[in-house]
Design a protein around this ligand. Structure first.
Ligand SMILES: Nc1ncnc2c1ncn2[C@@H]1O[C@@H]2COP(=O)(O)O[C@H]2[C@H]1O
Length: 139
């Protein structure tokens, strides 16, 4: 079943660099409706849990440290075909490979500090949304 929803985070690099407004504008201009939104910060334990699927990867420690290093913006977005269309809007994980006009092409600085997260499946979108937002915060 498709939920037509995806989950995103504007990561600590993009928040620190002052890109929240521009990134949210790109998201809404691309036709996504924001149905949950908050500025928050992950603890180390939160980041470990959120990225548990990557626990065996060599970059896991670096990823957890970075993602808990400062505030992030968490959001749930709604649009037909949300997961796939949002991944198109953000571009490739490695900004060197991201297409022109994508969020990562514009705002990411490296593979690790890549400005935004986007869920990779409907199932993960739901898990990640519920990790960050209570039911009463999901409109
Ligand atoms: N080779 C890598 N080196 C460092 N970070 C990585 C590497 N591969 C993936 N990542 C990070 O791991 C993150 C997993 O979630 P994201 O897709 O949001 O973004 C990914 C990257 O920021």
């Amino acid at each position: 079943m498709t939920t037509n929803r995806t989950f995103t985070m504007i990561k600590p690099d993009a928040v620190a660099n002052g890109h929240i407004g521009n990134i949210l504008a790109m998201i809404t201009n691309a036709g996504f409706k924001i149905v949950s939104l908050k500025l928050t910060q992950l603890t180390v334990a939160d980041a470990k849990a959120f990225y548990a699927v990557h626990a065996e990867r060599p970059f896991y420690g670096e990823l957890v440290k970075f993602m808990s290093s400062g505030p992030i913006v968490a959001a749930i977005l709604e649009k037909e075909n949300a997961v796939a269309d949002f991944r198109t809007l953000i571009g490739a994980t490695n900004p060197a490979e991201a297409a022109e006009g994508t969020i990562r092409k514009l705002y990411a600085t490296s593979m690790g500090e890549n400005a935004v997260h986007g869920s990779d499946s409907d199932e993960n979108a739901m898990i990640e949304s519920n990790f960050h937002f209570a039911g009463r915060e999901q409109f």
